[in-house]
Design a protein around this ligand. Structure first.
Ligand code: HEC
Ligand code: HEC
Length: 326
């Protein structure tokens, strides 16, 4: 290539920059500023020093968690008194105004950050998201709208408020891990699950039965993993948004485990849209799902953000799943 051709090629790359999939709009600062500046003021704790939760705060654990480089997580939800979750669309719950959900991350026993999403208004666009980073003395966590790299001297990066939408903005329901599929088994004693929510009258349209994910244990784990780690971006019902692509994939893959698709593994969206293309039955070495999951590096890894370490247990299970497919 001549040097002028190289300059032209570079100019072309810069000009087509609007196609870069990793660019997102910044979070609206005035909305983020509506949230308190300290975790102790958000309503999670009755007493932050002892860790006693506030009245009405419920612990839960999604059946299929998001991999975050091995971080330990705890999650809590607060539904406004007496309010119901609109579950008329069973795969995309719509939460009442005032709902708050928290997720705490610890690495090697060190509590690093507690994330909050809060619905401040009636519409599904009214969620405001922010992370709080725990102070060195562990007494409170402080709002971190810009995030923090290598927080608390670990390798864990806290995302900025503008990055939350990359994943949470990809589904109609901004809440990703508190759903019929994700609450279909109570993971720990004391956790709220689907049956408990239905019994307490918290769901406008409770499902007729607790959903059962079909298949062998290897299939169930593969389908659940892909749902939890991939479907918030790879699904056909992404809400339309103006602005840059913001991690919007332009493929037809759909990794969603939808309640209406559970008759057999072959009925699920993953089998219908991925098996045969990015998953080659019996050929893990020729399956793009596995190769993208098995490496890290900007632009070459899946998921494309918020992880620097391969989930080797999940890779082994996805490999076993692909090998067993016929
Ligand atoms: C890489 C994608 C990704 C990014 C980036 C991300 N999240 Fe999440 N988050 C998820 C997924 C998937 C779940 C559900 C699974 C789980 O909890 O393990 C979740 C769960 C949560 C929950 C529990 C409620 C729910 O939706 O299930 C909160 C609170 C939360 N995230 C806050 C945030 C905040 C605040 C940010 C930005 C500072 C953020 N997240 C960035 C993917 C992401
Ligand atoms: C934060 C959003 C996001 C998440 C989460 C995500 N992806 Fe992607 N994925 C994308 C985007 C955006 C592209 C397209 C990249 C490009 O334009 O080059 C993509 C591309 C891909 C491709 C390559 C394209 C092709 O034609 O084969 C594969 C395979 C893939 N993703 C699989 C996965 C798997 C498996 C997971 C979960 C383990 C996952 N993705 C999680 C956003 C995401």
């Amino acid at each position: 290539m001549t040097s002028s051709a190289r300059v032209l090629a570079l100019a072309a790359v810069l000009l087509t920059g609007c196609d870069r999939f990793w660019v997102c709009d910044l979070a609206e600062p005035e909305r983020v500023a509506e949230l308190p500046s300290r975790l102790s003021e958000t309503g999670l704790y009755a007493d932050i020093a002892s860790g006693e939760l506030a009245d009405g705060v419920l612990a839960y654990t999604p059946r299929f968690p998001l991999w975050s480089d091995g971080a330990d997580k705890q999650r809590w939800i607060l539904l406004p008194d007496g309010a119901q979750i609109d579950t008329s669309s069973i795969d995309e719950w719509s939460f009442p105004d005032g709902t708050k959900v928290w997720k705490e991350f610890s690495v090697d026993g060190v509590r690093i950050e507690t994330r909050l999403i809060e619905k401040r208004g009636p519409s599904d666009e009214d969620w405001v998201a922010l992370s709080y980073v725990w102070s060195a003395d562990d007494r409170d966590a402080i709002a971190a709208p810009l995030g923090e790299l290598d927080a608390r001297e670990t390798e864990h990066d806290v995302p900025g408020a503008g990055e939350c939408v990359a994943c949470h903005g990809g589904r109609r329901s901004y809440v990703l891990g508190f759903s019929a599929i994700q609450l279909s088994s109570a993971a720990a004693p004391g956790d709220v699950d689907l049956s408990a929510l239905a019994e307490e009258g918290r769901l406008t349209a409770p499902p007729a039965a607790v959903p059962v994910v079909p298949g062998t244990p290897v299939e169930v784990a593969a389908l659940g993993y892909l749902h939890a780690n991939c479907s918030h971006c790879h699904n056909p019902n992404r809400p339309a948004r103006d602005g840059p692509r913001c991690f919007d994939p332009q493929t037809s893959y759909d990794f969603t485990l939808a309640i209406g698709d559970l008759a057999s593994p072959a009925n699920t969206a993953t089998y219908r849209t991925v098996v045969g293309s990015a998953v080659k039955p019996g050929e893990p070495g020729d399956s793009r799902v596995l190769s993208f999951m098995s490496r890290r590096g900007f632009g070459r890894q899946m998921p494309p953000l918020a992880t620097n370490t391969v989930d080797s247990e999940a890779v082994a299970n996805i490999r076993a799943w692909i090998e067993a497919l016929r």
